[in-house]
Design a protein around this ligand. Structure first.
Ligand code: ADP
Ligand code: MG
Ligand code: MG
Length: 566
């Protein structure tokens, strides 16, 4: 290994290890995150949706501040606790034990004889709940404590009513409190412009079509990200302005643990920059061909296929068609969870109308795309079929690896040939792939339910490959709720000291772009791109890296009202 690569890797691994901890923060980090006086933030009230649904349910910092606010009133405090317990119940282990205990705790919160003391008033905290709602919680909890596997949504109705309660008087009081002022101060920091000084840069991780992807670290918080550059001249030369803006706009709308998120978008003199979730574990292509040639075991395939299904479900729910499923676009994180990345070909289906357009990668495009017909969400289920097939077999269904074959021949195979199944496939894996690789979209698995775009994923989730165990293959049923909550341990964990990318010197350099001049007409497009922090990831970054707790002292009349460090 070249010395240059060793140095680049060492610096990068060191930054990664410090990422998120104090060590990763700049010495001057508190200067970067100084709150302005709240008076100077009040104008932001007019720029945000000032309602419970947005501030408490969709803003991570808003949620924490609201819960902090609720601590001082017993009724509000217990209402929050109830919601948290129900959330914990709904995402807890499917095996029963923990869940039965949680059901018991929840019931205790609503019983007059319970251990939870109600406040000094005679009314219990839940007095706003109609008595039928209380009764149904108590009886549901009672049967849940006896059930082997209690259902997950038995408290949903009561929980909704508690939310309605909190969204009324308590939320109004919150808006008038110091906690909301602090929220606006955080919002002010969030909306500040972002430029190259916000980050430290590390080694190159890969090469994209318009520029390099490298690792980077936010100076103030120490959080690590991947920085994908789109060089301005290259974008202009290939008339890819709309495409680039499209990728950025779709990415910023998506907030799923199974799709790479966008945390910042900004520009430098030469490039447009997308700051994305850092995926340290490499892509599935690298694992499939450099580390595990011959395919993964079914347990691992099932895990990846399930997480990808959840990622697609999220995209489809947002009416977004992904169109580029293939192993190199699925990336692993530090723990071995996977995310869908590279949304360069994603497109929104307005009004769910099918679209046309021959895009994708040869060998992974569905037959209806090749035939230039109109298509819809089914093309992504075809893509999942190709991917699962490739993960099991160790080669793609319609093309040998490195096979010298014309595009027309691959396309003919996709349209006409029946893919072959070796004995690497279990019965369930084979029927799954056969279902997904059905040439006729209306008969394809994932497309047979007419309803909402996200129903395709539900059809997947109940296939025996996911619902039935197979002792011979080490497969167990997928606990979907637990997986969605990120509580499953992946079957394979990447080595934290390894760099799953080519050596820096092996990543080809870009040639210089000639014959393009940037002018005023380009500036308008850059302005649309350069929107700075993306709200939810930015707030999560502040929380995860403890900038939030460190900075969150709140003073009321000169006295410290709360300090999250205590
Ligand atoms: P393009 O759209 O130009 O193909 P990609 O988004 O696919 O660009 O990125 C190019 C390469 O950079 C990927 O193949 C991968 O090696 C690396 N890469 C991209 N995104 C990330 C990320 N979030 N974390 C780590 N590496 C990444
Ligand atoms: Mg790519
Ligand atoms: Mg792309």
């Amino acid at each position: 290994m070249e010395i240059e690569n060793i140095v680049a890797n060492t610096v990068y691994i060191k930054a990664r290890e410090s990422g998120g901890q104090k060590k990763g923060k700049s010495k001057k980090w508190k200067n970067y995150l100084q709150f302005p006086h709240y008076i100077d933030c009040l104008y932001l009230r007019g720029q945000i949706e000032c309602n419970y649904g947005y501030i408490v349910e969709r803003q991570p910092i808003g949620k924490l501040l609201f819960q902090e606010f609720c601590q001082s009133t017993e009724q509000y405090r217990l209402s929050c606790l109830f919601i948290n317990k129900v959330e914990e119940y709904e995402t807890s282990d499917d095996d029963g034990e923990i869940r039965r205990n949680l059901a018991k705790t929840i019931a205790t919160m609503l019983s007059t004889t319970g251990e939870v003391p109600s406040s000094s008033t005679e009314e219990p905290w839940w007095s706003f709940l109609p008595s039928e709602a209380v009764q149904s919680v108590l009886s549901a909890a009672d049967s849940a404590t006896h059930d082997q596997t209690p259902g997950s949504e038995i408290f949903a109705e009561a929980c909704k009513l508690v939310r309605v309660f909190l969204s009324e008087a308590p939320f109004k009081e919150f808006i008038d409190s110091v906690y909301f002022r602090r929220f606006l101060q955080w919002k002010w920091l969030e909306k500040r412009p972002v430029d190259k000084h916000t980050f430290r840069l590390y080694r190159v991780l890969g090469k994209g079509g318009f520029g390099e992807v490298c690792a980077c670290q936010v100076r103030s918080s120490g959080k690590m990200y991947a920085l994908k550059k789109l060089e301005k001249k290259r974008v202009k030369k290939r008339h890819a302005e709309t495409l680039s803006l499209n990728e950025k706009q779709i990415l910023q709308r998506i907030n799923s643990p199974f799709v790479v998120s966008l945390a910042y978008a900004y520009e430098t003199k030469d490039a447009l920059c997308l700051v994305l979730t850092l995926m340290n574990g490499g892509d599935l292509k690298f694992h499939l061909y450099n580390i595990m040639p011959g395919g993964f075991e079914e347990k691992r395939v099932q895990f990846y296929a399930a997480e990808i299904t959840l990622g697609l479900q999220h995209l489809h729910r947002e009416r977004i068609l992904y169109r580029d499923l293939k192993p190199e676009n699925i990336l692993l994180d530090d723990f071995g969870h996977v995310r869908i990345s590279d949304l360069g070909l994603a497109v929104e289906l307005r009004d769910n109308e099918p679209i046309k357009g021959r895009v994708g990668t040869v060998g992974y495009m569905a037959p209806e795309i090749i035939k230039n017909e109109r298509y819809s969400y089914g093309v992504d289920w075809w893509g999942v079929g190709c991917l699962i097939y490739e993960m099991i077999e160790g080669k793609a269904p319609f093309r040998q690896r490195k096979e010298k074959v014309k595009r027309e021949e691959v396309e003919r195979r996709v349209k006409e040939d029946q893919e072959k199944y070796s004995d690497k496939f279990s019965e369930a894996a084979r029927t799954l792939c056969r279902g997904l690789l059905h040439k006729e979209p209306s008969f394809r698995l994932g497309c047979r339910r007419v309803g909402k775009p996200e129903d395709g994923a539900e059809e997947m989730k109940v296939h025996p490959f996911f619902t039935q165990g197979d002792a011979d293959r080490g497969r167990e049923p997928v606990p979907w709720k637990k997986m969605e909550a990120g509580k499953l341990t992946p079957p394979f964990c990447p080595d934290p000291r390894a760099v799953y990318a080519k050596d820096v010197l092996d990543i080809e350099q870009f040639s210089t772009v000639k014959g393009v001049r940037l002018d005023a007409s380009d500036t308008q497009f850059y302005g649309k791109f350069n929107t700075g922090s993306v709200s939810i990831p930015w707030q999560n970054e502040m929380i995860e890296t403890e900038c939030y707790t460190e900075l969150n002292e709140i003073y009321v009349n000169g006295e410290l009202a709360f300090n999250l460090r205590d």
